[in-house]
Design a protein. Structure first.
Length: 391
């Protein structure tokens, strides 16, 4: 008889409801198990077939250990600890498949590692997701299901104001917010503007008991530019960092971009590298490539009168608030072109005045999906260009 039981329930989907349903299925299956150890790796690391045939039970496990990792992936779990952790788990993930990784004990002494020299499967996915999962800021400490006090207190004058305009983003917004809570610097505020969402985006935005997060809303969808100007008016920070509700920040994004602008007082904007991901409904974001915004800027600067970027904005984008105000903020239009190219417009206007300072690190993660408004309407870039460069 095997000294462990295999969990057979497989993850599906990327939304909060998908992950919640997956967790409930795991809980019900764990409750039926009568053995001390459970073999559960999800589909991110080990297939169900290989779990049954090629993964041996590890050597004797110390009594204090609750999880055994193989090649960097959590695999064997002590039943009592796993059930308790699943019961109280209330985080947000980019996909249900990352649930085992989010349950890893915060105390490293509780985890036993086998073959520690090998890289974990799906290394790129985990390289940019694990730092947020393992952040000291746990979502269960910042949601309505835990303590009812607001913490930490917003600084009187935050250095960075992170602005998010959202519309029908309930499935991805939680992970975006979690990446902000995982920032290495605490000197920020997050302003979320709900632009007439028809789903539960507003409820998700309001679910975090952190006084650094402020939420605004408007009943009618008027477009990102109008909402961003409203958030800009409310922002208290010296610097403005954009974040879309289906993307996420690297933990050092706010710190490194603001430091770059501190060290370059003549620059109005800072950028860097970003990770490009493809969105899938079943598996969540899938890593595709590392994009250098510095090269994109070179394209802007050499062909600003006839750009060939076809609607590709610089990512990430941190601005001096004073510079945004000086050029009048975003293109305050509700027509079709105004809703599609607002980021490229404001970037091109700033680049006429100074070059951006560039940070050579992946600081932002951009998720691309074919049905998005920007991707479906890239062919309109030429029309936008003609309209805005008539002179």
């Amino acid at each position: 008889m095997k000294p462990y039981t295999i969990l057979r329930t497989q993850p599906f989907g990327y939304g909060a409801t998908d992950t919640s349903a997956y967790r409930e299925q795991i809980i019900q299956e764990v409750k039926q198990i009568d053995r001390e150890w459970i073999l559960w790796g999800g589909t991110l690391s080990f297939s169900h077939k290989s779990a049954q045939t090629s993964i041996p039970m590890p050597p004797p496990i110390p009594d204090h250990v609750v999880c055994v990792c193989m090649n960097g992936a959590p695999l064997y779990w002590r039943k009592s600890w796993l059930l308790a952790s699943l019961t109280y788990w209330n985080n947000r993930l980019p996909a249900a498949k990352f649930l085992p990784y989010d349950l890893l004990p915060e105390d490293p002494s509780l985890t036993m590692h086998l073959d520690p020299t090998q890289n974990p499967p799906y290394q790129k996915d985990l390289e940019y997701i694990l730092p947020i999962l393992l952040s000291a800021t746990r979502m269960r400490e910042n949601t309505t299901s835990s303590k009812g006090t607001l913490s930490p207190v917003i600084p009187p004058q935050p250095v960075v104001s992170i602005l998010m305009s959202i519309h029908n983003m309930k499935d991805t917004l939680g992970w975006s917010i979690r990446s902000v809570l995982a920032q290495s610097s605490d000197n920020w505020e997050l302003l979320i503007g709900d632009d007439g969402s028809e789903d539960d985006s507003l409820e998700e935005a309001c679910a975090y008991l952190d006084s650094r997060i402020r939420v605004l809303s408007q009943s009618r969808n008027r477009g990102k530019a109008i909402m961003m100007n409203r958030l800009l008016f409310e922002a208290k920070g010296q610097y403005i960092l954009e974040l879309d509700g289906d993307d996420w920040l690297a933990p050092d994004a706010a710190a490194l971009l603001s430091e770059a602008l501190d060290n370059n007082p003549d620059s109005r904007m800072a950028t860097g590298r970003y990770g490009c991901w493809e969105r899938t409904r079943q598996l969540g974001p899938l890593w595709r490539r590392n994009v250098d915004s510095g090269k994109l800027y070179s394209a802007w600067s050499t062909s600003l009168n006839r750009t060939k970027l076809h609607g590709h904005p610089l990512v990430p984008r941190m601005y001096r608030k004073s510079s945004l105000i000086a050029i009048g903020g975003w293109w305050n239009r509700e027509d079709r072109l105004g809703r599609i190219f607002e980021d490229i417009d404001i970037t091109s206007r700033l680049l006429k005045h100074s070059s951006p300072v560039q940070v050579d690190a992946i600081l932002y993660h951009r998720v691309i999906y074919g049905s998005s408004t920007s991707q479906r309407n890239r062919s309109l870039f030429e029309a936008w260009y003609q309209q805005t460069h008539k002179s």
